[in-house]
Design a protein around this ligand. Structure first.
Ligand SMILES: CC(=O)N[C@H]1[C@@H](OP(=O)(O)OP(=O)(O)OC[C@H]2O[C@@H](n3ccc(=O)[nH]c3=O)[C@H](O)[C@@H]2O)O[C@H](CO)[C@@H](O)[C@@H]1O
Ligand SMILES: C=C(OP(=O)(O)O)C(=O)O
Length: 419
């Protein structure tokens, strides 16, 4: 038996929705918290499966975890550096942040290869090179990494690709390292600033987060603190796209509009009428949309995590649209599912060409990854008839209460168990 989401399409959405705390910030903040010697309180924690998995890992490490509404109190006072070879490590991508955090704190970590969405190959060679530059040795055998260092020292590290994960992992490994670490060609995503802010509140000395050069001066100790997570820019973008696809008027609250400017400017180019506030976006209406070309790029470029949710909207636009993903060239599985629903899409090498507008019809489809799932939810809302989405655990990894939020907007959505 497995759980599916059923959506009855063709309903117009209306009302307000509040965006939750950022998944990709939270999943780094939780491992970062174990670098402290006292309790760290994180506020605005989204109710997603990735957080449950990370809490399970914390418990394996004998870290005390208290969950109270959207607060998470992480107290590593009694922590033990146990090997992380349990299956939970492979349930998400972000378990890799325990590499940097445990290496930074103990000079030793043994853990399984992380999991997460399959978007094509997702190597972690840059994380490893960063750890090695800080003085660690890394071995890989039978699906497990063993990383150890007698002494971590600062280093100048140039990232060949501005990887989000490698930037954050190196930052965490370097906070206690002796001397200065400089990460060049660092990723600039807002989640990196959020993690650096937490580390600095704990007493670290991290400067330059959000720019291409991050400097970390090692410190001797880190203490507990209180931190509120930034809003989830990908969830915000998903709702803005959903509003453009099928709402008469939708107000999306708890947004930092700057974080999704690459998306909102593209939507305006398509003909979506929006009012962009200080911390909200009102989508008024979106008639007579026309096709556009989108190319994903590292922040502040168009986020790869939003190209999949955008695709169903492009199927409704007049003319030809082209989506090129330069970050994950194989991130087009959602297009196969959308084709099944009636979309006219040609899938090429690292790109998809969408001919619109096409009428979409409900069908049985599979969420092959998290944002593919978001794409299918939007397609389901647009389609005639009922859409049944399988493998919904991918969606639950990253969207907080998506059913409840959609129902409050007038969507008809339910879950069922099927063979
Ligand atoms: C938990 C989390 O925050 N996930 C996000 C993070 O993933 P993640 O941190 O895994 O993505 P990266 O920024 O590291 O990946 C960017 C590119 O670099 C490549 N690469 C990365 C590391 C490495 O060691 N070697 C290498 O070749 C990747 O294959 C990819 O092509 O950023 C991605 C790109 O914005 C997003 O899609 C994910 O939602
Ligand atoms: C790819 C994603 O997540 P992860 O890196 O956790 O697999 C995502 O959030 O779209």
């Amino acid at each position: 038996m497995q759980e599916v989401i059923r959506i009855e399409g063709g309903r117009r959405l209306k009302g307000e929705v509040t965006v939750s705390g950022s998944k990709n910030a939270t999943v780094a903040l939780i491992p970062a918290a174990v670098l402290a010697e006292g309790p760290v309180t994180i506020v605005g924690v989204p109710g997603i499966a990735d957080v449950e998995s990370l809490s399970e890992i914390l418990r394996i490490l004998n870290v005390d975890v208290i969950e109270k509404e959207d607060h998470l109190i992480i107290d590593p006072s009694h922590m033990r550096n146990t090997d992380l070879d349990a299956d939970v490590v492979t349930r998400l991508r972000a378990s890799y942040y325990f590499m940097g955090a445990l290496l930074g704190k103990y000079g030793y970590v043994r853990m399984k290869m992380p999991g997460g969405c399959y978007l094509g190959p997702r190597p972690i060679d840059l994380h490893i090179k960063g750890f090695e530059a800080l003085g660690a040795s890394v071995e890989y055998d039978r699906g497990c990494y063993t990383i150890r260092a007698d002494h971590l020292h600062g280093a100048k590290i140039f990232l060949d690709i501005s990887s989000v994960g490698a930037t954050i992992n190196i930052m965490m490994a370097a906070v206690y390292a002796e001397g200065r670490t400089v990460i060049e060609n660092a990723a600039k995503e807002p989640e990196i600033i959020d993690v650096a802010t937490l580390l600095n509140k704990m007493g670290a000395n991290v400067r330059g987060a959000g720019t291409g050069v991050i400097t970390i001066d090692g410190v001797k100790s880190l203490g507990g603190c209180f931190h509120e997570i930034i809003p989830d820019r990908i969830e915000a973008g998903t709702f803005v796209i959903m509003a453009a696809a099928c709402a008469d008027r939708m107000l999306i609250r708890n947004v930092i509009p700057k974080h999704i400017e690459a998306l909102t400017s593209k939507l305006q180019e398509m003909g979506v009428d929006m009012e962009i506030g200080v911390d909200s976006i009102l989508v008024r209406h979106a008639d007579h949309l026309h096709g556009i070309d989108v190319t994903t790029k590292p922040y502040p470029g168009f986020a790869t995590d939003l190209q999949q949710p955008l695709t169903p909207l492009l199927t409704q636009a007049e003319g030809v649209s082209q989506v090129t993903d330069t970050i994950y060239t194989e991130r087009f599985k959602h297009c196969l599912e959308l084709q099944r629903m009636g979309a006219d899409i040609e899938i090429g090498n690292g790109m998809a060409v969408i001919h619109g507008p096409s009428k979409l019809y409900g069908d049985k489809v599979t969420a092959t990854d998290l944002r593919c799932g978001a794409s299918l939810v939007i397609a389901g809302l647009l389609a005639e008839g009922v859409t049944e989405i399988h493998d919904v655990y991918h969606i639950d990894r990253g969207y907080d209460n998506i059913d409840g939020k959609l129902k409050a907007l007038g969507g008809v959505i339910c879950r069922a168990m099927v063979e």
